[in-house]
Design a protein around this ligand. Structure first.
Ligand SMILES: Cc1ncc(COP(=O)(O)O)c(C=O)c1O
Length: 395
């Protein structure tokens, strides 16, 4: 049974989003910068999409929304813009966490080389960064705090409204990477005291290569690349119109169904978690309660996670061992290390991320397949494990 359970890596495009996009590959192809009526119609449609996104996150207006190429670009632009604004006022200190996505961490590494001082806070052992830890790291010269809403590997949810309140009180800009949270957790940029926020369309059943950067009114964004005046001079280049339209449709649909969908996904998740924790020498990584509805990050002692993933793949189950963006790296996950997962468990980690289209039948299939394959892998010595894939049909 084909079972896609890698929804943190990407999601299937929703039918509604696809339908909304199709005319923009066909008759609605004019350039939104053209002054003729065909172009102006597209420009209006982009602005409607902007209002849809603004409404979904309770921004005060579509003018606070910039469309980008995805979560990576939004994170880069948010962090760089806030850093440069701080530097103009002599503030060159940035606070973030050690388990952010590399889109934030690698941007911070670059800023460090340019003379910024960066403090990375470790999450607690349950994968949560308490607001007090952020508060006590704040200095006179702090320009920006960047803390993700939910972690992409272990799914833990951060107290972003509290962190935002601490920042607001001290006049420090607050950015949150909400790429994994969108569509699953409520986002209200006003109530949650958020100044800058990143979204990625393909994580909530929108198209790949589409993203949003929310910047509260009055925050001047720096351009990452040079060119024309699109996106109010914040993001040059002819707009990816179908992607913008699809992102807005997918976000609207996700937000409208957030309660029922999250509840359904949470029930599937809890079933899989309790089924897999029945396997001996197994640990769930990250807080059991404060985690994304679909996230299961689980480690089995004494096996190689990659073999487990490949054997699952052979029987139609798609899961991963960490962040998809990082799967080519053989480095142990920086996220699992940041929460102190023991080395003998890190190797045997699976990230199963459930979503809108998963069923209870698939949950049962995941539990029975993982249980069989873990015991199969454990029954061999490490030398014998090398030809494990050939023996797949035995399980
Ligand atoms: C938390 C987080 N931030 C940023 C990104 C990057 O998003 P994109 O793939 O749209 O560039 C991802 C992608 O996995 C993510 O999980």
């Amino acid at each position: 049974m084909f079972t896609y359970a890698d929804n943190a890596a990407t999601t299937k495009l929703s039918e509604n989003a696809k339908k909304a996009m199709l005319p923009y590959f066909d008759e609605l192809y004019a350039n939104p910068s053209s002054i003729h009526s065909a172009g102006q119609k597209i420009k209006d449609d982009i602005n409607k999409a902007r209002e849809t996104v603004a409404e979904a996150i309770n921004a005060s207006s579509g003018r606070e929304i910039t469309f980008t190429s995805g979560g990576t670009e939004s994170d880069n632009q948010a962090v760089i813009s806030a850093a440069l604004l701080g530097a103009e006022r002599g503030k060159k200190h940035i606070i973030s966490t050690s388990f952010e996505h590399h889109a934030v961490l690698h941007t911070l590494t670059k800023l460090k080389k340019q003379g910024f001082d960066v403090t990375l806070i470790d999450p607690d052992l349950n994968g949560i960064v308490p607001a007090e830890k952020i508060s006590s790291a704040i200095r006179e010269d702090t320009a920006l705090v960047s803390v993700m809403y939910a972690n992409n590997e272990i799914g833990t949810i951060q107290p972003i409204a509290e962190i935002g309140a601490v920042c607001r009180e001290k006049g420090i800009l607050f950015h949150t990477d909400a790429v994994q949270a969108a569509g699953h957790l409520p986002i209200d940029v006003q109530q949650q005291n958020i100044d800058l926020l990143s979204l990625s369309g393909h994580k909530f059943h929108g198209p790949k290569g589409s993203g949003v950067l929310y910047a509260r009114k009055g925050i001047a964004l720096s351009r990452l690349i040079e060119g024309g005046g699109q996106e109010k001079n914040r993001r040059p280049g002819t707009e990816n119109v179908p992607a913008i339209i699809g992102l807005a449709a997918a976000l609207k649909e996700s937000v409208e169904n957030i309660d029922t969908e999250s509840e359904q996904i949470r029930r599937l998740r809890d079933k899989v978690i309790s089924g897999l924790l029945a396997i001996p020498d197994t640990r769930l990584n990250g807080d059991p309660e404060h985690r994304l509805p679909g996230n299961i990050n689980i480690s089995f002692e004494g096996i190689d996670g990659e073999s487990l993933i490949l054997l699952l793949d052979n029987i139609g189950i798609s899961v991963s061992n960490g962040s998809a963006c990082n799967s080519s790296s053989s480095q142990p996950s920086h996220v699992l290390r940041s929460i102190g997962v023991p080395q003998e468990y890190i190797r045997g980690t699976l990230r199963i991320t459930l979503g809108r289209y998963n069923t209870f039948e698939q949950a049962d299939y995941i539990i029975s397949s993982v249980t069989k394959i873990v015991s199969y892998l454990r029954s061999f010595s490490s030398v014998f494990k090398k030809d494990g894939e050939e023996k797949l049909h035995a399980v």
